[in-house]
Design a protein around this ligand. Structure first.
Ligand code: CP
Ligand code: NVA
Length: 304
C-alpha cells in the first residue's frame, strides 16, 4: 500500500492506488481490531464550513476507532477567512494537528490549507468534489458486484460535486458510467476531460445524456439533491427542471435497474420517492456505513 499525501480529488490516485484503498477499506470493515492503533498519538482537525451529519460523525467515530483524536471546528469556529485568513488558520492548525479534514465552499480553500499547513488535507466535500463519498459508494458496489470493471452505474440529476467524484472513481475503476442530467446541468467539462483521459487508459466507458432512458439496464441508479449546499439557483426553477428526472418505483421498473444509491441527505418525494429510498433495492445505509470504513482506509494510508 503506497502512502497517500492528501486527498483533495480522486484524480490524485492511479487505478492501482484506488483499488488498494478499497481493499484496505474492506479489511478495516471486516477486521477493525487490526487497525485500532493506526492513528495512536495523532490529532486530526475536522473543519466544516457547511452542515453535515454523515461526514462529521463518520470521521469523528472513525478516528476514535483507529486510536486517534479529532477536534471538530463548527461553522462558528471553522469560519475560515473571517476572523483570520485561511492561510493563518491552516498554519496555526499545523502547530498542533497531524492532518486536516475540511468541508469547504471552494476547492481553492483546500489548496490554501495544504500550502499553509504542509499537512495532509482530506476533502470532506467542496463545490467541485466529494471524494470520500465516491470511495464509500465504490466500496458498496464492490461488495455487491466484486469486479468493478463489470459494473454499469447510472447517475441521474445535477452534474455536481458527487457526480464529479463518481465520474473519476468510475473511470479509475474501468466501469461504465452513464450520467443523465437536464440540459444546462451537465458535469463540468474539466472533469469530463479528466474522466475521459483516465478512461482511455482503464477501458472505462462514460456516456452523457439528457434522457432518462440512457440509464436503462444499469446495475445501480444514483441520484443526489437537485440543489447542493451553497447553490444559489432559484428553487422553483430547479424543481420544475428536475421533476422529470425524479427516481420513483415506476422509473426503477421501467429502466430495469436493481439497485438505488444516494449520498444523502435525501429530499423525499423530490429527487427520489420514499418507496424507492426505503425499498430492498436501496443501498443508502450501506453507503453511509461505508463512509467510515473508506475514510479510515484513507487516514491509515496517510500515516502508513
Ligand atoms: N453524504 C454526506 O456527505 O452527508 P453529510 O452532508 O451529512 O455529511
Ligand atoms: N451535492 C450535495 C451533496 C451533499 C452530501 C451538496 O453538495 O450539497
Amino acid at each position: 500500500m503506497s502512502k497517500l499525501k492528501q486527498l483533495l480529488s480522486l484524480a490524485e490516485l492511479n487505478p492501482a492506488e484506488l483499488n488498494d484503498l478499497l481493499n484496505l477499506a474492506l479489511s478495516v470493515k471486516q477486521q477493525p481490531h487490526q487497525y485500532s492503533q493506526a492513528l495512536a498519538g495523532k490529532s486530526i482537525a475536522l473543519i466544516f464550513e457547511k452542515p453535515s451529519l454523515r461526514t462529521r460523525v463518520s470521521f469523528d467515530v472513525g478516528i476514535y476507532k483507529l486510536g486517534g483524536h479529532s477536534v471538530y471546528l463548527d461553522q462558528q469556529n471553522g469560519a475560515m477567512g473571517k476572523r483570520e485568513t485561511v492561510a493563518d488558520f491552516g498554519a496555526n492548525l499545523a502547530c498542533w494537528t497531524d492532518a486536516i479534514v475540511a468541508r469547504v465552499f471552494s476547492q481553492a480553500t483546500l489548496d490554501q490549507l495544504v500550502k499553509a499547513s504542509q499537512k495532509p488535507v482530506i476533502n470532506a466535500l467542496s463545490d467541485w468534489y466529494h471524494p470520500c463519498q465516491a470511495l464509500a459508494d465504490l466500496l458498496a458496489l464492490k461488495e455487491r458486484f466484486g469486479n468493478l470493471s463489470k459494473v454499469h452505474l447510472a447517475y441521474v440529476g445535477d452534474g455536481n460535486n458527487v457526480c464529479h467524484s463518481l465520474m473519476i472513481g468510475a473511470a479509475l475503476s474501468g466501469m461504465k458510467m452513464t450520467v443523465v442530467t437536464p440540459k444546462g446541468f451537465e458535469p463540468s467539462t474539466q472533469v469530463l476531460e479528466q474522466a475521459k483521459n483516465i478512461s482511455a487508459a482503464t477501458g472505462a466507458k462514460l456516456v452523457l445524456s439528457s434522457s432518462l432512458s440512457a440509464a436503462e439496464g444499469a446495475d445501480a441508479l444514483y441520484t443526489d439533491t437537485w440543489l447542493s449546499m451553497g447553490d444559489k439557483a432559484d428553487p422553483s426553477v430547479i424543481e420544475r427542471t428536475f421533476r422529470p428526472y425524479q427516481i420513483n418505483a415506476n422509473v426503477m421498473e421501467n429502466l430495469a435497474v436493481k439497485y438505488f444509491m444516494h449520498c444523502l441527505p435525501a429530499h423525499r418525494e423530490h429527487e427520489v420517492t420514499s418507496d424507492v429510498l426505503d425499498s430492498d433495492a436501496s443501498l443508502i445505509l450501506q453507503q453511509a456505513e461505508n463512509r467510515m470504513h473508506a475514510q479510515n482506509a484513507v487516514l491509515i494510508s496517510l500515516f502508513a
